[in-house]
Design a protein around this ligand. Sequence first.
Ligand SMILES: [Zn+2]
Length: 507
Amino acid sequence: MDGYIYLRKSRKDLEEEKKQAELGNNYNTLDRHRSQLLELAKIKGVHIKGIYEEVVSGEYISERPEMQRMLREVDLGLVDAVLCMDLDRLGRGDMVDQGTIYRVFKNSETVILTPSEIIDPQDENQELTFSIKSLIAREELKTIVKRMQRGRHQSAKEGKSISRKPPYGYLRDENLKLSPDPDCSWVVEMIFKKAANGSGRRAIAEELDRLNIKPPESEHWEGSSIASIIRNEVYLGKIIWGKVKYTKINGKYKKTKMAPEHWHVKENAHEAIVSKELFDLANEKMRARWRPHVRDGKTLSNPLAGLLYCEVCGKAMVMQPRKDRPDSALRCFNHTCKGVQKGCNFSLVEQRILMSLEKHIEQFELPDTAKKKSDSLIKAKEKALSELIKEKEEINKQKNNIHDLLEKGVYDIETFLQRQQVIKEKLNNLENKIVEAEEEINLEKKRIQVNNEYIPRVKNVLEAYYSTDDIEKKNRLLKSVIEKASYLRKKEWSKPDEFEIILHTKI
Ligand SMILES: [Zn+2]
């Protein structure tokens, strides 16, 4: 198998290089990528016939001479594969660029190899990967997430804080290192102490409001943000990465909660705000308080009813109250799962699902700046679209005119046919452009929609979930954002929270 390697720096890479250079480090993105891809070639048995290194960092094909050169060669069918770090290196550009790349690779039957996947444009489903259809907002987001994760993983290993915002109570410097914020780190400590003394999340939130302490984002403190502060090990000085993993199965991404032994933990990444003892006590007290009410009689008792399924056999997981303990158990009662799937505490699973939802939306949240950019992009594109439509109307008028001119004898038949042909081509061309523009606008809108609708919806659901005891309501809330979830706990997994939940959300 013959192949080319294509290398290009992203804006992010350039920024990183600059940053490293200021610190006196020698950090060359292309060198690193080249050796990674040569390694990949070795593993996959690809004979490298050429390496294309883009020195400019243009997003569009038209701005990148090496890409143009390579596309011409690929178009001629000279190789079987092109190796690059990810599809975005070939081109994010716009729909036209994506379409061009897609067609060239598809027609020449050339595959794209990246360290994480093989993309075969011949495969019908792969159209999605190339943002050809307007439905791909979802796939787009996933690619963005994945690319972000690769870089973020490295940063986390170095003890850098990579959350969208620095955690409440900390300041973050330009090297992404955290230090306690004298203005509010004491609030964090207070929250932990109150929880350790047995106050519930809502009581703590109300008290902070009474004390006029401003919450990080909204107007009022919410129980859920108190809970996530208490659960956050960042306050112990740790940076933790890898709690969830995305895997692609049959073209769909699955999110898996990883068992704690697979987490990447950077200890002493920054100064702790609370001691281990205080942290553990607060968490223990919070867990103990949090018990879903189970009702007798015919009302629904399981908020996860119709949502949680056994990963092994696909049957619904059953909630089973236990006389001797306050917390119910969760089991798969299918006989084939006997000795295969272990049951566990219901409330641990419930908590895990809620936490996963919280983390899930964090991944997709765009910073405000990106939202604004998206808004103005849509406006610009809508303007361009209305220009195209106007132009089309204009040409339609011309089309009528030539008929008049033919009738009046100004045109002979031959001139008429020629003119008609020219106009027909113009119209076809415009119609294609209009369809393209509409697709692009839809794509952007979809992306904004996820941020404006889905994320706030999940936040509302979480908030409402914590503040109601009505099991049926809890169940409805979860069903409004989760398609389903599956549960796995192998026989040998002995710790109470050693189980896996895979969430299928309605994003
Ligand atoms: Zn089962």
